[in-house]
Design a protein around this ligand. Structure first.
Ligand SMILES: Nc1nc2c(c(=O)[nH]1)N[C@H]1C(S)=C(S)[C@@H](COP(=O)(O)O)O[C@H]1N2
Ligand SMILES: [Mo]
Length: 319
């Protein structure tokens, strides 16, 4: 299998520049720890094995023939696993097309185990560790409830950059779990020992001393209008996106440190981002606008010092 040299990122607009509800594929950030893999679709197979009654070995036409779904969801990078906590501003909202993992588990007769491993076809060296594959694992119950094997993004087949011909997607989980160039799903009782499962992508959440795998999206919001550095009139329509693993319940807009509730659309049935908006009247001069989201679990965006800290923009109102 062909691998591009390890160009791991491409220049993309930060989420504050993504005003469309569905992010254009060209504006979706790109991460590949070992570079971009090019999988030959004709010889590609998806294997479903491990603790199953009937292992599956599916080619692309077989997978395409299965009942499929369209699932809009936020895709967000946790950040560099060697620098956890740093917000890298890589996020998008896309529509996945693919086959529910539940149907594959059913067809294979998966045992009621605890974990599902997803393995990609890419390999290489990351952090001086040689890996024969990219691998993640998620709770089997979560995979059965909402994961899909995605074949398309925004109405078109997946591109090589984004994981063609198929990738694993768990809506509501950080991007790292969405294994590109998927080649195998394994049902198991244990978590797999791997650089990207048990060594990197671990974090401590507030109030919990235990290191846990990076899964649920943080509660986050970004101001998309106005942009940082804009000169505006006194009447400013502030708006942006808010998202997280759980529905966002409220967004407040900060005007020079004073918080007011914004109008927020409900999330609906999918794990997408939600639009918030608030009109504010500003006197001439320099101002700091900000957004702060709170989710249905009561998680609030911290003021500073966290990867999901509140987003601020500075604007100037002319006289
Ligand atoms: N096979 C494979 N899948 C992978 C990765 C990878 O390096 N290899 N990177 C992960 C990370 S950290 C992120 S944030 C997303 C990025 O998906 P995108 O490049 O389609 O935006 O892919 C994930 N899936
Ligand atoms: Mo990532």
């Amino acid at each position: 299998m062909l691998m591009d040299p390890a160009t791991t990122t491409k220049r993309i607009p930060g989420p504050e520049r993504l005003r469309e509800r569905v992010t254009d594929v060209d504006d979706v950030y790109l991460i590949g720890h070992f570079g971009v893999a090019h999988v030959h679709p004709g010889s590609w197979r998806l294997r479903v094995g491990g603790d199953v009654a009937t292992p599956l070995d599916l080619d692309l036409p077989a997978l395409r023939a299965m009942p499929s779904v369209d699932v809009p969801a936020v895709l967000e990078c946790f950040g560099n696993p060697l620098v956890p906590g740093e917000f890298v501003r890589r996020a998008a909202n896309v529509v996945w097309h693919g086959v529910p993992v539940a149907a594959l588990l059913e067809a294979a007769g998966a045992a009621p185990a605890s974990a599902l491993w997803a393995t990609g076809s890419d390999s290489g060296v990351f952090d001086d560790v040689a890996c024969t594959e990219y691998r993640k694992d998620v709770p089997l119950a979560v995979a059965r409830e909402r994961a899909i094997v995605a074949l398309g993004m925004n109405g078109a087949p997946l591109t090589d950059e984004h994981g063609a011909p198929a990738r694993f997607v768990v809506p509501g989980y950080f991007g790292t779990n969405n294994v590109k160039w998927l080649r195998e799903l394994t049902i198991a009782e244990e978590r797999p020992e791997h650089l990207f499962t048990t060594r990197l992508y671990q974090r401590r959440l507030p109030g919990d001393p235990t290191l846990r795998p990076v899964r649920d999206l943080d509660v986050t919001s970004v101001v998309t209008t106005p942009l940082d550095g804009d000169r505006t009139g006194g009447d400013v329509a502030v708006s942006g996106w808010a998202w997280g693993a759980f529905p966002v319940a409220t967004v407040e807009v900060g005007v020079d440190g004073h918080w007011r509730p914004a109008v927020l659309e409900p999330r609906g049935e999918h794990r997408t981002w939600q639009r918030f908006a608030l009109g504010v009247a500003l006197p001439p001069g320099d101002h700091v606008l900000a957004a702060r989201a709170t989710d249905a679990e009561g998680r609030v965006q911290p003021a500073a010092g966290a990867r999901n800290a509140v987003h601020e923009v500075r604007v100037v109102v002319g006289t």
